[in-house]
Write a protein that binds this ligand. Structure first.
Ligand SMILES: Nc1ncnc2c1ncn2[C@@H]1O[C@H](COP(=O)(O)OP(=O)(O)OP(=O)(O)O)[C@@H](O)[C@H]1O
Ligand SMILES: [Mg+2]
Length: 231
């Protein structure tokens, strides 16, 4: 379980996260939603220590990032987007590296089969399409097999079939007891997979349980100040 206590973050004078406290349970999917430039990626970077927080702010299964950084990080996976993959290495290279570094026993072969990556498993990243790179990136999350998966806009560039495939995989990870925090601009997808939705606004999180409400209407209400039309 991830526990966040009084997280603050600013880039210089630009405050982005103000006194955030929340927990993410094992076996749950939380959607992270906000307009461009609000601080979603910044929050994910803070949760994995790429941006500084402070002592006692972040605990993952009881381990404080500030005091036991390596042990904390060993329990999570975060790679911001597919531009951070190594262009000259293959998908296979990436998956073997991750499996080793995260001390994982997940089968690369099974993951490649499930994600239908086999056709380009031996290709270099520079020769892949955007959607293929998104699949390679998700394959890295699966092969790392961490407790906490921080995933930034995984659906970008995916075709409708792949979106369904990714949603099915998120749901399987949740059933396996993993903790997922997934940012997205695709409100219909957020509505389908999330247990809870974090709307990031004015440096604070408005947390809403997903009770099947129209997430796009929620988005409009929260960020555009529009009440749902009646009639
Ligand atoms: N390294 C940086 N230095 C200074 N400001 C930054 C830096 N990275 C991001 N910012 C600023 O922080 C704000 C939040 O950026 P962030 O990338 O977290 O937004 P986001 O919600 O992920 O947006 P998007 O939906 O476009 O991905 C933006 O105003 C951005 O300009
Ligand atoms: Mg972002």
């Amino acid at each position: 379980m991830l526990e966040v206590s009084h997280l603050n973050f600013a880039f210089g004078k630009q405050g982005l996260l103000s006194d955030l406290s929340f927990t993410l349970a094992a076996g749950s999917i939380t959607g992270l939603v906000a307009p461009n430039g609000t601080g979603k990626t910044t929050l994910l970077r803070c949760l994995c220590g790429l941006l500084p927080s402070g002592p006692g702010v972040l605990h993952l299964n009881g381990i404080d990032l500030y005091r036991k950084r390596t042990a904390y990080l060993a329990q999570l996976f975060f790679l911001e987007n597919s531009t951070q993959l190594y262009a000259d290495l293959t998908v296979a290279d990436h998956l073997k590296y991750v499996r080793k570094m995260w001390h994982s026993s997940v089968s690369i072969q099974d993951t490649v089969g499930e994600l239908e990556v086999a056709g380009y498993y031996r290709k270099r990243i520079r020769d892949l399409s955007l959607g293929m790179k998104q699949h390679a990136l998700l394959a890295m999350y699966l092969v790392a097999d961490p407790q906490l998966l921080l995933i930034d806009e995984p659906l970008n560039g995916l075709d409708p079939t792949s979106i369904q495939q990714f949603e099915r995989i998120f749901t399987q990870l949740k059933a396996a007891g993993k903790t997922l925090l997934v940012s997205s601009h695709q409100m219909d997808s957020v509505g389908r997979v999330s247990d809870d939705v974090f709307f990031l606004k004015d440096q604070h999180i408005l947390a809403e349980p997903n009770t099947g409400q129209d997430m796009m209407a929620e988005y409009s209400r929260i960020f555009l100040g529009q009440e749902a039309a009646h009639g």
